[in-house]
Design a binder for this molecule. Structure first.
Ligand code: PLP
Length: 393
């Protein structure tokens, strides 16, 4: 007898990866340039020069030390540098002792779920959400409760209030958001914090806010993404270098427990223990050195804005309705028919690979990844025009 859930997760590949696999097969069949694959959130720009420089420098050092185990929480110099980087942006007094270096945001999220949730306790996520949240929460013995968005696809705080109860242990916030591109501002965070503080007082225990920030640097307005722990003390930042440095396959990120959290050392220890129980050992040693050298830098992410503008302007001109993405690198487009899966299938007939929104916890939309070449977007526009015509837009 094998655990049913593990079997199910192992067998039901994500619909994003299924679509990407279909795309690869289809390209082999009809030619690379004939398929418009908007499925994956894989960065499309090279890592910045600081990555190569840091790699070269690291490879010149002692190989035994370079490739050896590091402390489980990460190299002390990296933890210090991360705290300094966060304090340089926001102040707040982030402490190296409360930074835990992870194998990307996914491992950080899993450590949070395993470290914080008791059996039967609830993790709350705002729809639309990254589908792996469910696997991480249920894998940790908890339950994922989802909060439907308001009509602009933004977090609905009245719906959040209704979802919170004595079993709620944590809330996951993802801004800039995958898949909607919505970015929360200071006023939104103030309101969210007020709801959570009230619930903490009502239920008599902490409700942790997990701020999942792999797209923190990818904002297109004038202002950078705000500092979530400045609004709510019981916050844990879950960061990743996957998107900012274009290093998703290298698996590097960190958790930062707010220095303002009551019981922060216990929470940090629980996260560390959970990471240990998951067998993470330490984040890749080489990449820890790279991250340390590249803090505060990004790949040339300007192309994502170009692509967003190109897609948004052209698709809305064709009559499609889209959420205007203020950050991240996706366009969330309303399906012209209620069934997004059926729409995605019809798009496939035009060689357009668009991810139906159902796995993100909302129906009726498709996600279009803007992290593709601008040239492919230009070539895909006639196919979008045909699709629009098919729906009488
Ligand atoms: N959270 C969100 C919202 C994501 O979109 C992703 C990846 O796409 C992750 C977490 C996981 O990122 P990582 O590659 O750092 O594990």
């Amino acid at each position: 007898m094998l655990p049913e859930k593990s079997l199910a997760w192992g067998r039901s590949k994500s619909c994003i990866r299924d679509l990407a696999a279909y795309g690869s097969a289809r390209k082999a069949e009809i030619g690379e340039d004939k398929v418009f694959d908007f499925s994956l959130g894989n960065p499309s720009v090279p890592a910045p020069p600081c990555v190569e420089e840091a790699l070269r420098r690291a490879l010149e050092t002692d190989s035994v030390q370079l490739h050896g185990y590091t402390p489980a929480a990460g190299l002390p110099s990296l933890r210090r540098a991360v705290a300094e980087d966060l304090n340089g942006r926001w102040g707040l007094g982030f402490a190296p002792e409360l930074i835990y270096v992870t194998c990307g945001a996914a491992a950080g999220l899993a450590a949070c779920m395993h470290g914080l949730l008791l059996p039967g306790e609830e993790a709350v996520a705002f729809a639309p959400f990254f589908p792996e949240y469910r696997v991480f929460a249920e894998g940790a013995g908890g339950a994922l409760v989802t909060v439907p968005p308001d009509e602009d696809l933004r977090p609905d705080l009245a719906a959040l209030e209704r979802a919170l109860n004595e079993r709620t242990k944590l809330v996951i916030l993802n801004t800039p958001n995958n898949p909607s591109g919505v970015v929360l501002r200071e006023a939104d965070l103030e309101k969210l914090a007020a709801v959570l503080k009230q619930a903490e007082a009502r239920f008599g225990h902490p409700i942790y806010l997990i701020s999942d920030e792999p797209y923190r640097e990818l904002v297109y307005g004038d202002k950078p993404a705000p500092c979530v722990p400045a609004f709510y003390d019981d916050t844990i930042i879950c960061y990743s270098f996957s998107k900012s440095l274009s290093l998703p396959g290298e698996r590097i990120g960190y958790l930062a427990v707010s220095p303002r959290m009551a019981g922060r050392q216990d929470v940090f220890d629980a996260l560390a223990g959970a990471a240990r129980a998951c067998g993470y050992v330490n984040a890749p040693s080489l990449m820890q050195r790279v991250a340390e050298q590249c803090l505060g830098q990004t790949a040339d992410i300007s192309v994502y804005r170009t692509n967003r503008d190109l897609l948004y302007e052209n698709l809305t001109a064709l009559g499609f309705s889209c959420v205007y993405p203020e950050g991240a690198f996706y366009l969330f487009m309303r399906s012209p028919e209620p069934d997004a899966k059926a729409f995605s299938e019809r798009a496939k007939k035009h060689e357009l690979l668009l991810v139906p929104s159902d796995d993100f916890g909302v129906g009726g939309y498709v996600r279009i990844a803007c992290c593709v070449s601008t040239e492919m977007i230009c070539r895909s526009l006639p196919a979008f025009a045909e699709l629009a015509k098919e729906y009488g837009l």
